[in-house]
Ligand binder design. Structure first.
Ligand code: 5AD
Length: 344
């Protein structure tokens, strides 16, 4: 197993059957070795830096009906809200004063935000904060829309591919959503010039190790600048409400494998990971993650953006919480830095 891990470290690649062997059979001792290799690789590329992204959850409305997600359209229990331009700018202001230099506008697929509205919001943020990166995470759009957002000043786009296997994809999503469209969107984003992020949930219902190998192969081939990976967590008002949560250990293993497959990747220790484990943040960074995404959404809205039950709403808007975060990161030998943190 160590030989496999050394090869992955050296060559930033393994065959599919080696990847399957690695993720299926790794012992807890070898996992520690894998994490060490992933940390070394992260250090080679990004030193001991941990980058912050201020997450602004702009809307909990969604026209889609993904079986796993608490924001799905048919969840009538979900409380819905959307932020207007002035609220979003207020979040940016708070974030900027806290030292955040990336703003992530994330939301359900909410048709209220026309291209015109979004372009206005993006270009205003761009003018007000010329030194900041603007990341969008707003789902599937036409290539023309993506181009408009890019031209207005957005730099990055997060769109998890969710499942490269079309079989699995169709077990997680209703018929009107398919992996081909998702992959087209990702290719368009990259071609336009966005730093692009894909990713998937670990331990989603029906997901096998073989499916995960396909996700890893896609990530290796696509060479995204960012990858989001977190455990699946059930939401009681969804069809998957009674399903088991994904494994924290497997999530950490996959963070480390992704760090080694794509050494320059910007890799968050996700909120889902911190929700699944109290030490999620520290464990994630120790497995090769180098990004944390504190929540900048208005406090009253946070619990309405409920992708899964018990989602944490870390109080990043208080300087105190940021100090606490910095302390935790420092205690494991890393440093939270005030920088845009673009992909190398
Ligand atoms: N558990 C974990 N992650 C989830 N997401 C959506 N619902 C859940 C859930 N129940 C993830 C999806 C989506 C991202 C915004 O959140 O992967 O892309």
């Amino acid at each position: 197993m160590r030989k496999l891990i050394d090869k992955l470290y050296r060559e930033a690649n393994l065959t599919d059957s080696e990847l399957l062997d690695l993720i299926t059979n790794i012992s807890s001792q070898d996992r520690e070795y894998l994490f060490e290799c992933a940390r070394n690789k992260a250090r080679e590329k990004y030193s001991h830096n941990v980058y912050l992204r201020g997450l602004i959850e702009i809307s909990s409305y969604c026209k889609n009906d993904c079986y796993y997600c608490g924001l799905r359209a048919s969840n009538k229990c979900a409380e819905r809200y959307r932020l207007d331009k002035s609220q979003i700018l207020e979040c940016c202001k708070t974030g900027y004063e806290l030292g955040l230099r990336t703003f992530v506008l994330q939301g359900g697929e909410d048709m209220h935000y026309t291209d015109e509205i979004l372009v206005d919001i993006i270009s205003t943020i761009r003018k007000s904060y010329p030194d900041c990166a603007i990341t969008l995470s707003l789902g599937e759009k036409s290539v023309t829309s993506y181009q408009k957002y890019f031209d207005a000043g957005a730099n990055r786009y997060l769109l998890r591919h969710e499942a490269y296997s079309s079989d699995l994809y169709s077990k997680l999503h209703p018929k009107n959503l398919n992996i081909e469209t998702r992959l087209d969107c990702l290719k368009n984003l990259k071609q336009i010039g966005f730093q692009t992020g894909c990713g998937f949930m670990v331990g989603a219902p029906y997901q096998t190790y073989e499916h995960i190998v396909k996700d890893l192969r896609f990530i290796k081939d696509f060479q995204p600048e960012m990858v989001g990976i977190g455990p699946f967590l059930p939401h009681s008002d969804t069809p998957f409400g009674e399903e088991q949560a994904g494994s924290v250990y497997l999530t950490l293993t996959l963070l480390a494998v992704v760090r080694l497959l794509v050494p320059t990747v910007l890799l968050p220790a996700t909120t889902a990971l911190s929700t699944a484990s109290e030490d999620g943040l520290v464990l994630g960074v120790r497995a090769g993650a180098n990004v944390v995404m504190p929540n900048l959404s208005p406090v009253d809205n946070r619990k309405k953006y409920e992708l899964y039950n018990n989602k944490l709403y870390s109080n990043a808007e208080s300087a105190q919480a940021k100090a606490e975060l910095e302390k935790r990161i420092k205690s494991i030998g890393y440093e939270v830095v005030e920088a845009r943190g673009d992909a190398k």
